[in-house]
Design a protein around this ligand. Sequence first.
Ligand code: AMP
Ligand code: GLY
Length: 424
Amino acid sequence: MNVLVLGSGGREHALSWKIAQDPSCGNLYIAPGNPGTAQVGSNLALNPEDFDAVAAKVAELSIDLIVVGPEAPLVAGITDYFANHSTLSSVGVIGPGKEGAELEGSKDYAKAFMARHDIPTAAYKTFTKETLAEAKAYLRSIDAPYVLKADGLAAGKGVLILDNLEEAEKEIEDMLANAKFGEASQRVVIEAFLDGIELSVFALTDGKNYVLLPNAKDYKRIGEGDTGLNTGGMGAVSPVPFADDAFMAKIEDKVVRPTVEGLKKDGIPYTGFIFFGLIKVGDEPFVIEYNVRMGDPETEVVMPRIEGNFLETLAAAAKGELAGKSVNFKSDFATTVMMVSGGYPGSYQKGKIITGAEGIAEATVFHAGTKMDGAELMTSGGRVIACTGMGGSIHEALNNSYKAVDQINFEGSYVRRDIGKDLM
Ligand code: AMP
Ligand code: GLY
């Protein structure tokens, strides 16, 4: 089977690293990929959002399965594009069509979906420019903290949590009346604040059945002790120790199954990953958000814990044949620590030479923001390299992650030294 993975980050390196190990994997391509994906397959210089260019390569290289890494091509409709293609409609695509992708593309759509299917989530109301006065009145009627969410995709910046009422009123005005997040804040969801601990749960579905993948916890803030600005993710741990069997069973019953059944009831075809961003409040799971793709850096701990041939499972999903399938997990812990450029998530420099990233025995090195310049490996993004260690305990896995981190060097590099500490 010939496979094309779309994307260029650590998530796509981890996906293609896993897929490449599968005996049924023929040629593996990654577009555009990075120097890490080039170690496990062939990179193609393609923009995943240029569907005609992707289709031309899919035809030329006899691709059987496309695995879409990031959300943007999904929200832009790549799955429908191939489903309706005159000659390529039989190519499998892992990732939902445009409608299913709205679960991530629109907070209001996702909240209405959850309300319709009785899936636990924070109480909410949606407002527009026309109802700005009502939005402010609503804020005055509820207690702090105030959670404001731009409806559309805002590069992870569209959620504001504010303690002060005046500030919340000013921000909602900025979002609705002054287009603070452009089109993404034409609508704003105000929702109740939930106080608890977050975790990420992943399913792969064919629209009728699903398999659960290993769960994970990610570390979003730049600073140790979960302080400072939000990032794309500074590290992750799998499995999540507080998500025991009983709690996972509750998540399946109250969240995962109702979501897949809801998609079916609503007539929304969906083949692909569902990423449940959850918060545990007391002993109950609530959905904070849906994503229609895998998480990054969660994928860097999820893939190494999957036993056996994951490509076979992906291919079964694409054919609508997930019934009766399951995925086995290794009992070992996986941890990943993200090395980032100095200054990230603010402005940072690129083009720093990276040394020591080859031949590391203790951990798997997943490339995120790297590029080759001649024979030299260089930084090319904020999040540069994720070091995934495995071990019988979080402590042991982290030791392996940090041993790798300590061998890799580039000017200005920064890591959080407290990944997983809250779980030990
Ligand atoms: P989102 O983009 O929806 O994942 O939100 C970003 C982050 O904001 C989440 O990871 C949570 O840490 C936080 N958050 C979102 N919604 C809520 C909520 N209702 N209560 C508490 N925290 C929230
Ligand atoms: N790590 C969170 C995300 O991928 O959205």
